[in-house]
Design a protein. Structure first.
Length: 142
């Protein structure tokens, strides 16, 4: 796999807790991207609360809510643009990390930075099943 296709400056996780923002700032993260729609699960942190916690920690914050069954090219492009616009460390999160990993991998393919096989391998290397991303790519015209 071409490691330059997946820069090390992006980390991914499941849902963040309030204390995670200070820890991310301590690791040098400059931007947090929340890919989870508000109200997806009871007790989930709202994007507005995440934005406030990020601001308190000195971190920029973007909310790009995504549902995989209705994933669009615009959502992938918005995610990629946010990551690419930040020259520093970026952390993306959703419920488990799968959406964030899929968004990044698909964006690399759509931008010609990675092959479908490299994208699938990278998603798997993050501990997730790449089948959704591969199925989404298979629906594109070749």
């Amino acid at each position: 796999m071409d490691s330059s296709a997946f820069p090390d400056r992006l980390t991914i996780s499941g849902q963040l807790a309030a204390a995670d923002f200070a820890a991310l700032a301590g690791r040098g993260v400059r931007l947090v991207i929340n890919d989870r729609p508000d109200g997806e699960a009871p007790g989930q942190m709202a994007a507005s609360q995440g934005a406030a916690l990020a601001a308190q920690a000195g971190i920029a914050y973007r909310h790009i809510p995504v549902r995989l069954p209705t994933l669009s090219r615009a959502e992938i492009d918005a995610f990629a643009a946010a990551v690419e616009a930040e020259p520093g460390l970026v952390h993306a999160h959703c419920a488990s990390g799968l959406r964030s990993a899929t968004l990044w991998a698909l964006s690399r393919v759509l931008r010609g930075a990675a092959t479908r096989e490299e994208a699938a391998a990278w998603i798997a290397s993050q501990g997730f099943d790449p089948s959704f991303g591969l199925a989404w790519l298979a629906r594109l015209p070749h």
